[in-house]
Design a protein around this ligand. Structure first.
Ligand SMILES: [Zn+2]
Length: 229
């Protein structure tokens, strides 16, 4: 929440929050952001779309959100792959994963400007090429660099393999969730590698990155942080 204010993004103006799974680096601020969206739980508003594990917890985790916060929302989706959720005129299709939290979800959002997809923590599997084909932007957790594969996560090579074989390729591929190994390997070099091999513009998501998609193209902007926070 502090970070969003820092970039002059008012959390009270959020309409929906998407949480892919119940790992702390993904769900830690769920309640805090819900507080923002519901103006400190004074207004019943906003949509939460989250995995079963986030809303209900699992064998080893408590839920990531209290009943108090769930009750403050206008709508809660405990989403599973294949679900279709309408956000205004945009249609979000929930996508599957292979991750250590087996209820982890991603999405493919069909807006009138085109399709924007989010690949959360998952290891690569062949169906991904079809699921995300036709997206204009793909934002993906590419946690590991080349030659450093670990279970349940994607590497740079997985991204290359997926993109090369994808029928309708994206205009922009965004590497997100840079892990420590990726950080030390230099994520910008890894992005350049993906771009060189696939011919698809590839960037690294960093704090303050704002993407704007229109019929004409995709523009990138890095927001400047406010000085007072
Ligand atoms: Zn995870």
């Amino acid at each position: 929440m502090i970070r969003s204010w820092r970039y002059k993004l008012d959390p009270r103006k959020l309409d929906a929050i998407f949480i892919s799974h119940r790992h702390v680096d993904h769900c830690n601020d769920t309640e805090v952001m819900v507080e923002g969206m519901t103006i400190g739980v004074t207004k019943k508003r906003g949509i939460l779309i989250a995995s079963k594990s986030v809303i209900e917890g699992d064998e080893t985790h408590t839920p990531a959100i209290s009943k108090y916060h769930l009750n403050s929302l206008e709508k809660v989706y405990r989403a599973v792959p294949g679900d279709e959720i309408f956000l205004g005129e945009d249609k979000m299709t929930i996508t599957p994963t292979i991750h250590s939290d087996p209820t982890t979800i991603g999405f493919r959002l069909e807006a009138k400007e085109g399709i924007i997809s989010y690949i959360p923590d998952t290891e690569y599997f062949d169906e991904m090429r079809e699921i995300y084909s036709g997206s204009r932007i793909i934002i993906a957790s590419v946690t590991r660099p080349k030659d450093m594969k670990i279970p349940y996560h994607m590497t740079t090579e997985d991204a290359v393999y997926m993109l090369k074989k994808m029928e309708e390729k994206p205009e922009l591929f965004v590497i997100s969730h840079v892990g420590m190994k990726m950080h030390f390997a230099n994520p910008y070099k890894e992005a350049q590698f993906i771009q060189n091999v696939t011919g698809i513009k590839t960037i690294v998501a960093k704090e303050g990155l704002k993407l704007r998609i229109t019929e004409k193209g995709i523009s990138l902007k890095t927001l400047r942080p406010a000085r007072f926070v």
